[in-house]
Write a protein that binds this ligand. Structure first.
Ligand SMILES: NC(=O)c1ccc[n+]([C@@H]2O[C@H](COP(=O)([O-])OP(=O)(O)OC[C@H]3O[C@@H](n4cnc5c(N)ncnc54)[C@H](OP(=O)(O)O)[C@@H]3O)[C@@H](O)[C@H]2O)c1
Length: 214
């Protein structure tokens, strides 16, 4: 079994690699990255490293050759039109390489909520469905560390948290917990043609965050 992982050096990808190594041997894992020189540690561990750039489709056939499972970690490009094209390149290459099982880190609760960039994720899921390749959609909740953008230190200093108006509810999960779940799915048999919402059991609000009873 060869488990190929794109974005394997990113924050989520690195955590998945760490968890996966606890479950399968290094020679079953192939890390696909844009900058192989940055992942010497993987090579030292016996993991095969392949070059992979979503923007260079001609590189991808080689990257995915022999993959029993391919995990596409969604692109970090900030332009969703570009991301859609990048994902399409990966999906097309997966088809050409006759990948047996294509897994994708999608986004939780698509179509609901006001801040989720769900069009891109749903479009990617649909593109995967067109291939007929057995799939697993791993719909990740918002990363918990998004709270970093809220300026909590400053809010604590002045005793006031300024937020956008609205009845905000957040369902967040740490990358560590997502990696545990994704590594489990990757290492086990089954899970084909399933969609998993990798979310917390409860949402939280700004009132919860502030500890306020108001
Ligand atoms: N659920 C959430 O709250 C949330 C929040 C933010 C982002 N996301 C999504 O989740 C993904 C993973 O999160 P993360 O924290 O691990 O992000 P990250 O640390 O930025 O990692 C992104 C990975 O994608 C790779 N990548 C980007 N463009 C590529 C390309 N053209 N070809 C090949 N690889 C490319 C990066 O490679 P390089 O190191 O070479 O750039 C990196 O390995 C993000 O990319 C984004 O789509 C989810």
């Amino acid at each position: 079994m060869a488990i190929v992982i794109t974005g394997a050096n990113g924050k989520l990808g690195s955590l998945i690699m760490k968890q996966l190594l606890k479950k399968v041997s290094a020679d079953q894992i192939i890390a696909c990255v844009r900058q192989p020189e940055k992942v010497e540690e993987y090579m030292k561990q016996g993991i095969q490293v392949r070059f992979c750039d979503y923007d260079k489709p001609e590189t991808l056939d080689q990257s995915f050759a022999g993959a029993s499972k391919l995990l596409l970690i969604s692109s970090s490009n900030t332009d969703d039109t570009i991301r859609l094209r990048q994902h399409a390149h990966v999906i097309e290459a997966a088809k050409k390489a006759t990948v047996e099982h294509l897994l994708f880190t999608s986004f939780a609760f698509p179509g609901k909520g006001s801040i989720s960039p769900t069009h891109l994720y749903l479009a990617t899921e649909h593109a995967i469905l067109t291939t007929g390749i057995p799939y697993t959609f791993l719909r990740n909740a918002l990363y918990t560390d998004f709270v970093g953008v809220l300026g909590l230190d400053a809010a604590i200093a002045v005793g006031e948290l300024s937020v956008y108006p609205g009845n905000w509810k957040f369902n967040t999960v740490t990358r560590h917990d997502l990696a545990l779940g994704i590594a489990a799915v990757l290492s086990e048999s089954g899970h084909e043609n399933k969609t998993y919402e990798l979310t917390a059991p409860h949402y939280w609000t700004f009132h919860d965050l502030s500890g306020s009873s108001v």
